[in-house]
Write a protein that binds this ligand. Sequence first.
Ligand code: FES
Length: 113
Amino acid sequence: MTDMKLEDFQRICSINELNDNIGRRFILNDIDIAVFLIKQRVFALSNICPHLQTTLIYDGFIEDNYVVCPVHGWKFDLETGKTPSGSNGLRVFETKVVENEVYVKVNQKKFNW
Ligand code: FES
């Protein structure tokens, strides 16, 4: 194990269980999360679209640095969760990959609006 601190992080899967540009859904501490592997980086965002609260962000497609909700096409920045106009959109979660295992930090629910 490296010296990276993994407190508050939870293991979700191995890196080879994620496919490039194809999201997967995980529920951690009752939080619905969409996880993407894009160019060797792992992103974790809320899986709940703020438009109609559908839980399909994991099934969205990737366009540049955005994930596009498959229902009506709202876009969210993979890194910040914000919409292209800069509005708050999706919560984002920190991720780490340690020894090929993927970890996500799910902390107390915090509203950012
Ligand atoms: S439910 Fe996501 S864009 Fe409408």
